[in-house]
Design a protein around this ligand. Structure first.
Ligand code: NFS
Length: 664
């Protein structure tokens, strides 16, 4: 039975999205929002007890105690389904990392002349993690050895992933004891597929332990290397100014949307679009220039390094085309809805696929090859420009917000102490004093089955009020950017008194944009450094912090959630548990994992409850560390607020107020 169609206001909290959804409804244009309304999720699959791993099924274990034809229990089936989600998610992130290693290798060997080593210091740091000797090598020689060592981590013959050493020693001990240190990135993913084949691993807990092992290979392996390799090739992010939401598109310019995940292609297109020859070509077609804007994690990659504006997050990809102002949407891998092709047929938009791994029927395929990167990037830009004269009526929403992204862990460390004294000490101290109550990492997707951006907006607003510092990546970060939470000024309005003082002192936004979803590895690095900085325990599980993906939908989000839990974090996923129908398995990933690794995964759909449980967890961890109870009344009298008060007073009184004695 068809579900009730939501109004645009019920479907999204983002004004640009509401405006365009209203148009789509009026014109009868189908989007992922309307498809979600017209088709209910399969109840058997969504509860986790549909088994389709062999040709005797699919077996639908709808009744308690029912088994599949082979005798597999609901627990086994649900655990297998969960583990396979982890495998797919870990594979996606890690394969992205592998390709970056190949790009670095090609650049080092001189086969990819359009790429260079933008951050040689980070290259040397990587060499240290990968046990690659640095002395006496040119940058190119070192880059080649680092690329080969990184590639080796994906399929090494023996030992464990080297990057695991970046975790706090206590955490490494836990992994070792449990036997879940990933041996290499690929092997653990392959082993999930092997174990979950019919007639193999049929103990739910055992399957789920291995899911943690494979996920750790993603977080501390594939993803962490992807982040480092991107920084080496394209530069380690530092703050830049930019804008977010569909209002960044321009009525009088050629608009090119880059969508997907890998910076390899998007960085080149951004460079090509700035080429005077390309701009001249655009002008010859009647446009004033070329505007680039990003969707999903490609957006985050080019935003963090180049300041390219964000067009929107996952659920806005179709809406970008609906503006009628997009000449080309250039995609590579991951999170690209097939629906964009059909939608683009209504407009002049050219949908261009570029990855050898991802073609979409009906799209134009212009395969990217890093060996002649700039040449292909220019061909793509030219193709977009050629579409400009075909543009008809446009309806670009006015909505957009300013933001300052670029908070790599290197920059955060620098901001907290400068070049020579950079450390996480001031952050730890702010948490210890209670100015900052705790930290929340709000990450992950949008989901067409929940109100777009609503959960992100609600929980972040509440955390800021409660003096919780929020760090973000992925589509969650884009939601906060659009909400205007990523400027230092936002702290005045949105942050509680303690957090505001810290933001004022450092000049940082209360919500820090830390990058794309592979860059959740930056969050792991920050947590590891906080745990080893002293004052907040010795392990990630000791820190008053919570991770969440309130609007998750992708398998990558399940892998991220799992590696964060295995790293000791309390993780709240919104929406619905993929194993919700099998209580035993739901308990295994919450209570069970907590007793093994100190972190737990819970699925909660109610935003109030997400906030309540997060704050309770933060306060519990504060108490366990012996930190003072959170008390916002103690703060708000220093920093800029204090300055504003003092400036009103005559000089003598000002000095007395500041130093407690009269001026001589
Ligand atoms: Ni993350 Fe990036 Fe967005 Fe979700 Fe997709 S873009 S890797 S999976 S939808 S946050």
């Amino acid at each position: 039975m068809a579900k009730k169609e939501r109004t645009p206001e019920e479907a999204s909290r983002d004004q640009a999205t509401i405006t365009l959804l209203t148009q789509a409804t009026e014109e009868g244009i189908e989007t992922s929002f309307s498809r979600a309304d017209s088709m209910a999720a399969c109840p058997i699959g969504s509860d986790g007890y549909c088994c389709k791993v062999c040709g005797m099924g699919p077996c639908r274990l709808v009744k308690e105690g029912q088994t599949g034809i082979c005798g597999a229990t609901r627990e086994t089936v649900a655990a297998r389904n969960f583990a396979r989600m982890v495998a797919a998610g870990a594979a996606a992130h890690s394969d992205h990392g592998r390709d970056l290693a190949y790009t670095l290798l090609a650049a080092a060997e001189g086969h990819a002349p359009d790429y260079s080593i933008k951050d040689p210091a980070k290259l040397r740091e990587m060499a240290g993690y990968l046990d690659v000797a640095v002395d006496g090598k040119t940058t190119e020689e070192l880059a080649k050895d680092v690329a080969l060592a990184a590639l080796g981590e994906f399929g090494k013959v023996e030992g464990k992933i080297k990057y695991l050493d970046r975790a706090p020693p206590k955490r490494q001990e836990i992994w070792k004891k449990l036997g879940i240190e990933p041996r290499n990135v690929d092997r653990e993913i392959v082993e999930i597929m092997h174990r979950t084949h019919i007639g193999n691993d049929q103990d739910a807990e055992h399957i789920l332990d291995h899911a943690m092992r494979a996920a750790l290979g993603d977080g501390w392996g594939g993803s962490m290397m992807a982040t480092d390799l991107s920084d080496v090739l394209f530069g380690t992010p530092a703050p830049v100014i930019s804008e977010a939401n569909l209002g960044v598109l321009k009525d009088d310019e050629v608009n090119i949307i880059i969508h997907g995940h890998e910076p390899t292609l998007s960085e080149m297109i951004v460079a090509a679009a700035q080429d005077p020859e390309m701009i001249k070509y655009a002008k010859s077609k009647g446009a004033e220039g070329i505007t680039m804007a990003g969707i999903c994690c490609t957006a985050n990659e080019t935003l963090m390094r180049q300041g390219v504006p964000l067009a929107g997050n996952f659920l806005q990809q179709e809406l970008a085309i609906l503006t009628g102002a997009v000449e080309a949407m250039v995609v590579d891998i991951q999170c690209i809805m097939q629906g964009v092709v059909k939608l683009a047929e209504n407009y002049h938009t050219e949908l261009i696929t570029t990855s050898p791994k991802a073609k979409i029927t009906g799209a134009t395929h212009m395969e990217f090859d890093e060996h002649r990167a700039m040449e292909i990037a220019k061909e793509i830009v030219r193709k977009a420009v050629d579409r400009y004269p075909e543009r008809k009526k446009t309806r670009i929403p006015e909505d957009k917000a300013e933001l300052i992204p670029g908070f790599s862990h290197e920059y955060i460390r620098y901001a907290l102490g400068g070049t020579h004294r950079g450390s996480f000490r001031p952050l730890n101290d702010a948490i210890i004093s209670g100015r900052i109550r705790g930290v929340v990492a709000n990450i992950g997707c949008n989901n067409a089955r929940v109100c777009h951006d609503h959960l992100h907006q609600h929980v972040v607003t509440e955390f800021l009020k409660n003096d919780v510092l929020v760090v973000e990546t992925g589509c969650g970060a884009i939601a906060s950017a659009k909400q205007g939470y990523m400027t230092p000024e936002a702290a005045f309005e949105a942050a509680g008194p303690g957090l505001r003082e810290v933001c004022e002192a450092v000049g940082m936004p209360p919500v820090l944009h830390m990058g794309s979803c592979v860059d959740n590895s930056r969050i792991l690095t920050v947590l590891a450094e906080m745990a080893t900085e002293t004052g907040l325990g010795e392990d990630i599980s000791d820190i008053p912090a919570v991770g969440m993906a309130p609007e998750w939908m992708s398998e990558k989000a399940i892998s991220i959630g799992t590696y964060c839990v295995a790293s000791g974090a309390y993780v709240i996923m919104g929406h619905k548990s993929p194993v919700s129908g099998v209580e035993v398995v739901d308990r295994m990933i919450s209570d069970g994992w907590e007793s093994k690794v100190g972190g737990r995964m819970e699925f909660i759909n109610d935003p109030e409850e997400i906030v309540r449980r997060s704050l309770a967890h933060i306060d519990k961890k504060r108490a366990a560390l012996g930190l003072p109870e959170y008390d916002p009344t103690k703060w708000g009298q220093s920093g800029d607020a204090r300055m504003e008060q003092l400036i009103e007073l005559p000089l003598e009184e000002r000095i007395e107020a500041a130093y407690g004695n009269k001026a001589e």
